[in-house]
Write a protein that binds this ligand. Sequence first.
Ligand SMILES: [Fe+2]
Ligand SMILES: [Fe+2]
Length: 597
Amino acid sequence: MQKIVRTKRSSISISMLLVIMMVFSLFTGIIPTAQAAVADNFTAETLTLQPGASAAAMNFAWYSDRDDENNASTVKIAKKSAMNGETFPVNATVVEGALGDATAGKSWHKVSVSGLEQGVEYVYSVSNDKFIYSEIYEFKTGSAGSFTFAVVGDPQLTTGNQDSTSNYRPNGEIGTTKQGWQDTMSVIAGKGVNFIAGVGDQVDVSLTVNEAEYANFFAPAEMKSIPFSPAVGNHDRNDGFAYHYNIPNEQSFAILTGPDYGNPSNPQAEAEARGNYYYTYNNALFVVLNTSSYPTSTAAASLVVARFDATLQTAVSANPDYDWLFVQHHKSTASVADHLADRDIQYYVEAGFEKLMDKYGVDFVLSGHDHVYARSYPMYDGMPDKTGASGEPNVTLTMGGDGANYAVDPKGTVYFTTTAGSGLKYYELFNNAGNLYVKDNIYYPYLVNGLFGSVEYMKGNIPLSTAKYLQNKTPGFIIVNVNGNEVSFAYHDLSAEYLNTPYDTYTVTKSGQNEEVIVVSATVSAFVTKLNGNKNDLTITVTEQLSDGTTNDIAVTFSINNNAADTYSVGPYIVYVDTKGNDQIRDCRIVEMAEAA
Ligand SMILES: [Fe+2]
Ligand SMILES: [Fe+2]
C-alpha cells in the first residue's frame, strides 16, 4: 500500500497524499475515501473493448510503458448509477487479468469481466499496477431483445492521407485516414449501435507492428465505449493483432508455413493461424474467421477452410439456440472490384468456403477487402435465389442492383462487402484499364450468363452473386438491426446523400421464428366407457393452454379391469386416475410433468 509513485505520474507519493488528506480531514471532519486517494488519473493507451465470451461479459485490452511497476492488469467497474461523482463505490468490482510484452518498450494488458447485467450503464477504470487507476470510461450493455450493430471494413489506418480520388472532402480537401476513421466512428456512435463488427484490415502495414497506425485506429473515444470485434485481414498479419485485441473463444490452430501459403518464408504465418473465434449477442451467434492468408492452391486453401469448419462446429455446438448466424471475415468472395479475380479467393471458394456457409446455414457473411460496397442475392450451392427480385442488376460504372430489398425465408446466405472505413483507398468497378489485380484468371470469378474469368468480367459482366453495389469513394459502413425473426441492413456512407438515407436496405424475415409456443398450463379430465365383462376403457385427456391463446388436447385410452387406481402416461404427463362404480371418476390429476412440458 505504501507504494511510491514515480515522478512521471505525480510529484508526490500516494503515502504523502494520504497524510495530507488525513490532516485535511482533521480540520474539516470529512473522511476521504480510498478511491479519492487514487484519483491520479491517466489516459489508458490504445484502450479498446471486445465482446466477451458471453453476452454477460466484456473484454478489455490496452497498452502501457513496459517497466517493473506496470506489473498487473486490473479493471475496476461499477454501475454508473452507483457512482458518487468521480468516486467508485466501496463495493466496486475489481477484476485482474493478464499482461505480457508487446512491441519494444510496451506491455499489453488484457482483462475479461463477466457477470454484467443487461441494459445497464457501467463505468470502468483500468490499472497497470492495481493501485493507480486511469480516468473513468463508460459503456452500456445491450438490453434483451432487439439490438443494433455496425459493420466496418478496411479502415486500414495509416499515418497518411485518404485516397487521392476521394469524394469525401468535408473541409474542402482530402483528410488523413485518422480523421476519416474518427468521422466514421462518430457517425456510427450516433446511430446508437451496441457494438461494431470489424471485417479486417484495421491497420495498413502488415509485415511489422506499426504502433503509430494502431494508435490512430484506437484514437476515437468511441473505441473505449463500444465493443469492437476485429477480423484478421491480410494487412493485420503481424503481432499487433494478438497484442492489441482481447478476443473471446479463440480457437487454436497450428501454424501453416511453406510456399503453398504465399510467402515461402511466411513471416506472417503466426497471425494467419490466429483470430478464429466466436461470440454471441442476444439471439445471434457471430463466428469470426481468418481469411488473411494467400493459399496458392485449392489443396492449400482446404487446410484453412477445415479450420473454419472446426470453428463453426465448435461455435454452434456451444450455442445451439441462436436464431441468426453471422460470419465475419476479410476477403469477400462476392464482391465487384479489383480483388474480384484474385486466385487466393478463387482457391478459398474452390476449397469449399461458400459450401461451408451452406452446411451451417449461415444467414449472413460480412466481409471487406475490396474497398467497395456489395450485397449478394441469397446464395446456395453457388447459385443465387432471385425470388422477389425484379430483374437482373443493371450495369453501370458506379452503382447498381435490382429493386429487391427483402427476402422471406431465403434458402442460402447473403454476402455483404463493405467499403474502406477510413477512406484509405477505393477499388474500381469493371476496370479494364489496368487496376484489376489478376487480369488473366480464366477460371474465376463466376459471372452472370454462365460466363467466368477476368476478361469477361472486365467487359462488364458482373458476378452472378451480385444484387447491389456502390463505389462512392466515401468512407462507409453497414448498420444492422436484429429484431427477433427479422434482420435489417442499411448501407450508409459519409456523403450528404447517404449519411442519413441509406443507399441500400435489405431485410430478411424468418416466418417460422415466432411460431414457437410454450405450454402455459395444463388440465386433465377422464371418463370410463363400460365394456362387457370386467374390462372398461379409460380415456384421459390432458388439455394444454398454449402461450398463443390456443389449446392442445392429448387424449389416450387405456384398458382397465373394473375399477382401478393407477398412474398413466399421457404425452409428457403422468396422470393419476381412480375410478369407481365402473364408470365414475373418483380422482383425476396430473402428478408429474415431463421436462419438455
Ligand atoms: Fe484492405
Ligand atoms: Fe485486405
